[in-house]
Design a binder for this molecule. Structure first.
Ligand SMILES: Cc1ncc(C[n+]2csc(CCOP(=O)(O)OP(=O)(O)O)c2C)c(N)n1
Ligand SMILES: [Mg+2]
Length: 437
């Protein structure tokens, strides 16, 4: 499909793809052809549409989940990207490998008793994290969630940063003050730290885009929300605000079929979460979250739209959380057939097969060398992380609250442009600030 026809299909209000699932009432007038019934089309990049139903059942005193559906479908091919070059595709593949192998190292560090707290994994979601962040440019912003450790790597953090953070080391990004991947960098890498309260990053990132616009720039701001987290009120508020203000938010809804032990079926009634975009009045896109090319193409188009000042896009990435919520959760509530089906759709195995056997962009030897290089890098990063000292107890009192003059917050892209106001040397004092004084 050409780019032109794609953007047309996004805005389509046409007779197909009716989302109204209510049964027809013969007593009611037929309104389907008189123009009063509106239907919408969601752009769907997928080459395979899995449909399973998970049911809750009771066996004795125990609740369990059972699944119906056809699990025999062959693994679909990777969809060729309209934008990625050979070199870029190999780079994304490398990031995905680093993402996976770093998480394997984290699991080992945890088992060796070196991690303070739990470990979160993005197993099965590496294509979504890495290929999405790869679409960002230097001046864009990213706000990852716990499954997006791959996005942090793509954005320029080292795997030793993430490992040190998990071990609460003195050289970690938060200098031992926080654990997991809860850190960011608002000075160099334009990364906002994850926020635990699900959905809260969405209005924060809308604010980042608004701030940039006031400074004369339209940028792309990307964040993620899970199938569970998207049910929160703040998700609606943040995305609605971005929509009415035409802010360049790129929201990945990571539909990994589980929110803790709650299956997607018990979380929402729409067929596809991308349908929610209709209610916000913004484009909605569906991608196979295990296909790096689809993820990249959707992210790239949404970022371009954002940079043109045309507003937000909601991208639903369908995939499966291939481990428990965190390391403490064995996920034995997940039906085995479901796990097996998605294991065959491993994003790294699929992309490796695509690069080696479909495109022939990598030979077996080059692939082996690339994997060995990633392992060498990780081993060196692990050494750095393990050898970093624990923070000194007295350091705990510093760097938590701002002190007078501890750091200056300057406009990033230029002086704020406020219509009719003369901005001489700095941002205008807001009414709220005046009241607080
Ligand atoms: C507002 C809010 N409610 C509840 C929680 C607790 N909590 C943390 S993660 C999680 C499940 C999230 O599931 P989902 O959004 O599908 O993301 P996934 O873990 O599958 O990536 C919950 C309920 C929270 N952090 N914030
Ligand atoms: Mg989920």
């Amino acid at each position: 499909m050409t780019r032109k026809s794609k953007s047309r299909s996004r805005r389509v209000v046409q007779a197909s793809g009716n989302h109204n699932r209510a049964a027809k009432d013969p007593k009611k007038p037929n309104t389907s052809n008189d123009g009063s019934q509106r239907t919408y089309t969601i752009l769907d990049y997928r080459l395979e549409k899995s449909s399973f139903t998970v049911r809750q059942n009771r066996k004795g005193d125990e609740l369990c989940y059972e699944i119906d559906g056809d699990f025999s479908a062959p693994v679909p091919p990777i969809r060729d990207s309209q934008y990625l070059t050979k070199q870029q595709s190999i780079e994304i593949y490398r990031w995905m490998l680093l993402n996976r192998k770093m998480e394997q190292s984290l699991e080992n560090l945890y088992k060796q008793g070196k991690v303070v707290g739990g470990v979160y994994f993005g197993l099965g979601q590496e294509a979504c994290s890495c290929a999405s962040a790869y679409a960002l440019q230097k001046d864009d912003w990213l706000a990852p969630m716990i499954r997006n450790q791959g996005s942090l790597l793509v954005r320029g953090f080292r795997s030793s940063d993430i490992m040190m953070q998990y071990m609460a080391k003195a050289d970690s990004p938060t200098k031992g003050r926080d654990g997991t991947s809860h850190f960011g960098d608002i000075n160099e890498r334009n990364v906002v730290s994850p926020i635990s309260m699900l959905g809260d990053l969405i209005p924060v990132m809308a604010g980042v885009a608004l701030g940039a616009r006031l400074q004369g720039r339209n940028i792309a701001v990307m964040t993620y929300i899970g199938d569970g987290g998207q049910s929160t009120g703040v998700t609606y508020e943040g995305l609605n605000f971005a929509a009415v203000q035409n802010l360049g938010l790129v929201l990945f809804v990571e539909n990994n079929l589980w929110g803790y032990s709650t299956p997607a079926e018990m979380q929402f009634r729409v067929k596809d979460l991308a349908e929610r975009s209709i209610a916000y009045g913004i484009p909605g896109v569906i991608v196979d979250g295990t296909d790096a090319c689809q993820v990249y193409d959707a992210a790239h188009e949404a970022c371009e739209r954002a940079r043109r000042g045309e507003g937000p896009t909601l991208i639903e990435a369908k995939m499966m959380r291939m481990k428990g919520h965190a390391i403490h959760d064995a996920a034995d509530y997940v039906p085995a057939e479901m796990m097996e089906y998605w294991r065959k759709r491993d994003p790294i195995v699929r992309f490796e097969n695509y690069l080696l056997n479909e495109k022939k962009w990598l030979s077996s030897e080059e692939n082996r060398a690339l994997i060995a290089d990633v392992e060498r890098e990780l081993e060196a990063e692990r050494e750095i992380a393990v050898n970093s000292p624990m923070p000194k107890p007295e350091s705990a009192v510093g760097g938590v609250y701002c002190e007078d003059g501890c750091h200056e917050i300057k406009p990033r892209y230029g002086m704020p442009k406020v219509r009719g106001a003369k901005v001489a040397s700095g941002p205008r004092q807001t009414e709220a600030a005046v009241h607080l004084k």
